[in-house]
Design a binder for this molecule. Sequence first.
Ligand SMILES: *[C@@H]1O[C@H](CO)[C@@H](O)[C@H](O)[C@H]1NC(C)=O
Ligand SMILES: *[C@@H]1O[C@H](CO)[C@@H](O)[C@H](O)[C@H]1NC(C)=O
Ligand SMILES: *[C@@H]1O[C@H](CO)[C@@H](O)[C@H](O)[C@H]1NC(C)=O
Ligand SMILES: *[C@@H]1O[C@H](CO)[C@@H](O)[C@H](O)[C@H]1NC(C)=O
Ligand SMILES: *[C@@H]1O[C@H](CO)[C@@H](O)[C@H](O)[C@H]1NC(C)=O
Ligand SMILES: CC(=O)N[C@H]1CO[C@H](CO)[C@@H](O)[C@@H]1O
Length: 602
Amino acid sequence: MIGIEEKGKLLCFIGLQVMQVLHLQPINGLWIKYPKINPFSQRRRQQKLCKSFCMQMSRTQRIMENISVSGEVGGAGGAYSYAALKRLDQLWSTLCSAQTVVQEPQKVVSTIPGLFSQSDLAEKEVDKFDVIVCGGTLGIFIATALSSRGLRVGIVEKNILKGREQEWNISRKELLELVEVGILLEDDIEEITAAKFNPNRCGFEEKGDIWVKDILNLGISPAKLIEIMKNRFTSMGGVIFEGCSLSSIRIYDDTAVAFLVEGKILSSRLIIDAMGNFSPVVKQIRSGRKPDGVCLVVGSCARGFSNNSTSDVIYSSSFVKKVGSSEVQLFWEAFPAGSGPVDRTTYMFTYVDPQPGSPKLEELLEEYWELMQDYQGVSLDDLELQRVIYGIFPTFRDSPLPAAFNRVLQFGDASGIQSPVSFGGFGSLTRHLGRLSTGIYEAINDDFLDSYNLSLLNPYMPNLSASWLFQRAMSAKQQSNVQPDFINDLLHVNFQSMQRLGDPVLRPFLQDVVQFGPLAKTLGLVMLTKPQILPSIFQQVGVPVLLDWSRHFAMLGCYTFLSTFIEPVIRPWLSGFPTQKKYEWKRRFEAWKYGAGLDYKL
Ligand SMILES: *[C@@H]1O[C@H](CO)[C@@H](O)[C@H](O)[C@H]1NC(C)=O
Ligand SMILES: *[C@@H]1O[C@H](CO)[C@@H](O)[C@H](O)[C@H]1NC(C)=O
Ligand SMILES: *[C@@H]1O[C@H](CO)[C@@H](O)[C@H](O)[C@H]1NC(C)=O
Ligand SMILES: *[C@@H]1O[C@H](CO)[C@@H](O)[C@H](O)[C@H]1NC(C)=O
Ligand SMILES: *[C@@H]1O[C@H](CO)[C@@H](O)[C@H](O)[C@H]1NC(C)=O
Ligand SMILES: CC(=O)N[C@H]1CO[C@H](CO)[C@@H](O)[C@@H]1O
């Protein structure tokens, strides 16, 4: 099979020959017949022709092939070469064209009744651990936290375990949560911070801007952070199996055994699945079902910008736009990059339904090159591109994912605990790490490792479910009768109201935390100031989604009440409860508190 590049070259060659014979030349899109002339100018013309043919290559391909992609590893965006982009687009198309099930998933996990015995494995050597974490990039954090409590932990990572070059953005407040868990030192924060930026803008094209401070205002180097974690983890006796992939898992009554493609066999009491959105275990649990919504992200990091000390947390385009064959609402983010004073990362993202006709990543990138120049007020010719970034983030309405098997727990993006609006996987990890490391440690200590007991660690959270509505509200509907500028308008009204209500309302929201009081106040104010927007909201998201949302909103209120008033009454009795009840109640308290976003302190 010949690749796209060869095809392009072949086409170019054939085209040239044909044109030579016919004496044709393209001028302003018309094919003009040119007279026979001397060989010298003919060669010049030939070069020009070749250039115009090669322009048939997409701009994205030309740009990506001109950037060296050495040394990049997979992360949220994957390995950033043009071939990798094509592969991801292929996967995305399959997902879009599927009915409900993308692909019958492979059976990775199987349950085997009875106790594990070495003789089942024909005397093969087995490494013994308390916990095995599959997927190292986010998994290293929980692995380190559990090691620091004295457990023997192993990590299975299919690449070399290192952070990508592209920075993660986060607030200091969130990093301090890692310090609290005890896996990061305050001094480390300075070391890993590559860029700081303030103020931060929430912009709405043609409507106005809202400025905040200290929101997602640090660019940290994942490479350095992961390096620090890695050293800490191994110094506590942790073992990393790099370049190893999970092949299958067998669950016995007393043990979970992981078989690696490379032939190693690891046994443990608990396996933590931190393999992200596309984890094969998650695919099996969800029976290969297609996601309910998807966020597509494209972007780049480039040198040559001028105004560099501010960031855009979100910037929404004024109108929905046609990309490929569907209408999308585009949003932007821009952050100064740590690699140099005039470097900047800009992202363009959109929420779509995975259905035939949804835009491909390459189509979005083509749009991005054009629009980014207006958005940032620069010309692409003045920029030196360093890397191109893209990713697909699926969401399922029923998140977080409860444990489906004994002894296997989803963690991080695999558990679906991140916000369906921002997909800040690392931000959500920082907030839940303390809760999860304590909970997992207790589960291991007291042997609460069956699926029921483990599910208490990934409980229903009304704040997460309520956020689903926001994603719906922000994704353009095909053939709708709402105004094309509706989404931008809606966001602007909401942000304006939040700003009027002050920091206790605006700040948690911008850090992905949905709370009952602030949400109720914001909605109240929006209805008072702009009641005429209501009918469009109904049309945009539909009555079923709104009804479902009202249920989660009510639960949010309920959890807030339980956490504020009931928990203090029950907590003093906790120490007298039997172990199993104590474990259950502790998890219930956490579900109330986190489900209502009450762990957030201003
Ligand atoms: C390719 O990259 C180099 C170095 O970054 C740059 O000077 C050159 O203009 C680029 N060429 C194209 C066609 O983008
Ligand atoms: C840079 O950003 C600041 C903050 O928005 C703005 O006030 C200033 O006008 C900008 N400067 C330029 C040159 O765009
Ligand atoms: C912003 O860019 C200018 C050059 O355009 C540079 O002198 C300055 O240090 C940069 N500021 C920051 C905060 O990176
Ligand atoms: C939870 O774990 C405990 C301790 O292993 C066990 O006794 C109990 O049956 C489990 N609960 C359920 C519902 O399986
Ligand atoms: C829900 O609350 C938890 C705890 O505050 C927080 O970590 C999480 O980001 C919140 N999620 C959403 C979508 O609000
Ligand atoms: C580079 C990077 O991680 N950018 C992230 C900044 O934060 C927002 C919101 O959490 C994310 O959506 C971006 O991907």
